[in-house]
Design a protein around this ligand. Structure first.
Ligand code: DLZ
Ligand code: SF4
Length: 510
């Protein structure tokens, strides 16, 4: 009896459920398929990362004397999608069973659910227990709740896994130190060099392959520097714990020109393809706290992202799909402006963030949320386009993590299921948290007129446009009161500045 075990590009973990009871007769299939690379046109560096990590992972399995069948993208027999590659190998290798770990995307799961009937054999779709919250645990937690708030979920996870807990409750007496994590960037901050890896021969091959087959995809392929193996991913984690965690909390929301990495961890890509596990990242940070190597606001903030937010987002995805994908509570309709691809705009904040995205397939949390996301929210860009863009451009983006972050957290497209208010902000927030405004053609302190910062009047225009949907929200009520106290002339100026701005925006002149 031969069992085929399929490993997907984001399942590169030796202890994954689909490999757990593997025996000598079994075979592993991994395939680079055109459908995954093109259903959205992923950033070149994202594809290089995934294909190279897949090829390295196949070598690791082979060294453990596991039989691995690996279809390269340019293999003449490659059928181009998971279903047909599985079918081809089931026949070729005379397999009578198929085992796979559930995928990270509904689209792929739906395909997998047809396989048993299609292939006429038993298909064992196993839970992905690399996550710390199972589907059932999340369903139980969510039961009876109309709104889901990460904070309460996170506390349960802290208790369940006994992370940063002592006999009296949370270490330090508080669950959440976010309010300590909002320092503006100071001039002269010394940001450590990020952990970077020189591409080896496998990665070089993949770079050429991606450049040859997907030249029109977004993003630079030059200077690829991400790790592609588990030891390299572990090095990146250690590098963060030793060199950046200390300041991670204080400057978590800070942005500086030409500094894409700041004190962030840049390990999300490794976590999301399975080269690191959530548990080991959490434990490494907790250990640094107990050794007095890092303060509590930094350690708690980092752990919250992984034990809290990441698990929460994944829970929301599987609880609410497929309906979540088409939600558009604010009826946002605008197309995605060209500047998201070109970075060509007079708005320096957006230009800086697109630049980093294009170069590295990476931008940090606050750049994504408060610059690129905030602009999409207040400009009223349709969730469909914003989601597609985020899924394409970020190296760590898989649908389970991208969709609730973008539709829920950034765009309020779920009407408040996930967050209590839209994260809309004017230019003063960006000015406080970055040095971008100094180098901008627009003037952040100006509220109206041709040279005023567009975030200023777009913020009010957004609130005015969405009055019916948002004015009852207690967390934005105060802003509506401020708006209602503005003179009719001021309100008209906001509307006319916004109208004029949108004309320029879609002529690529903003
Ligand atoms: C993102 C991606 C890409 C670009 N290519 C492949 C591939 O060729 N083969 C593969 O197994 N996985 C790939 N992936 C990751 C899958 O899209 C991902 O596993 C599903 O979306 C489920 O999360
Ligand atoms: Fe961005 Fe406005 Fe600042 Fe320019 S002035 S960088 S548009 S926030």
């Amino acid at each position: 009896m031969t069992t085929l075990r399929l490993i997907l590009g984001d399942q590169l973990t030796e202890s994954i459920s689909s490999l757990r009871d593997i025996n000598d007769q079994d075979v592993v299939l991994m395939c680079e398929v055109k459908e995954e690379a093109t259903y959205v046109k992923h950033h070149k560096k994202k594809m290089i990362f995934i294909f190279s990590a897949m090829r390295h992972f196949a070598e690791v399995l082979k060294r453990k004397v596991i039989k691995v069948y690996y279809t390269k993208l340019d293999d003449p027999h490659n059928t181009g999608n998971f279903t047909d590659e599985v079918a081809r190998h089931l026949i070729k290798l005379k397999c009578d069973a198929l085992i796979v770990t559930e995928p990270g995307e509904m689209r792929v799961k739906i395909a997998m659910q047809t396989w048993s009937e299609k292939f006429g054999l038993k298909v064992d779709i196993r839970p992905d227990d690399r996550f710390l919250c199972s589907h059932q645990m999340f369903i139980d937690w969510a039961k009876g709740k109309k709104q889901f708030r990460m904070e309460f979920f996170y506390r349960e996870m802290r208790r369940k896994y006994h992370i940063l807990m002592d006999d009296n409750g949370p270490v330090g007496g508080r669950w959440n130190y976010d309010s300590d994590n909002r320092n503006s960037p100071k001039a002269g901050l010394r940001i450590p060099e990020p952990y970077q890896v020189k591409p080896d021969a496998i990665t070089q091959d993949v770079i050429e392959l991606v450049e040859y087959h997907f030249p029109e995809h977004f993003g630079d392929h030059e200077a690829f520097h991400y790790g592609v193996t588990r030891p390299q991913a572990l090095n990146a984690l250690t590098d963060f714990i030793e060199n950046r965690l200390l300041n991670f909390g204080d400057y978590q929301d800070a942005m500086l020109t030409e500094e894409p990495w700041m004190y962030h961890a840049h390990i999300s890509m490794y976590l999301n393809v399975g080269l690191l596990t959530p548990n080991e990242c959490i434990k490494a940070a907790q250990k640094a706290y107990y050794k007095n190597d890092a303060p509590l606001n930094a350690v708690e903030g980092f752990i919250r992202q992984i034990l809290g937010w990441r698990e929460f987002i994944r829970g929301i995805y599987w609880l609410t799909m497929p309906g979540y994908k088409t939600q558009n509570y604010l009826s946002a309709k605008r197309k995605l402006p060209e500047l998201y691809w070109t970075g060509k705009t007079k708005m320096n904040c957006l230009s800086q963030c697109v630049k980093s995205t294009k170069q590295h397939a990476y931008a940090h949390h606050i750049q994504r949320l408060m610059v690129l996301g905030n602009f999409a929210l207040i400009a009223g860009i349709a969730p469909k386009y914003v989601n597609e863009w985020f899924l394409i451009v970020y190296i760590d983006a898989f649908e389970w993590v991208e969709l609730p972050n973008v539709s829920g957290m950034i765009l309020f497209a779920d009407g408040g299921l996930l967050g209590s208010k839209p994260y809309a902000a004017s230019g003063s927030y960006i000015n406080k948290m970055s040095d971008y405004c100094k180098g901008c053609d627009y003037i952040v302190s100006k509220k109206n007129g041709k040279d005023a910062c567009p975030f200023n009047y777009l913020y009010w225009d957004f609130l005015a446009r969405n009055h019916d949907k948002l004015s009852n929200n207690p967390r934005v009520a105060m802003m509506y009161r401020t708006y209602s106290r503005m003179s009719p002339e001021k309100q008209a100026a906001i509307e006319s500045d916004a109208k004029h701005f949108f004309e320029l925006l879609y002529k690529n002149q903003a």
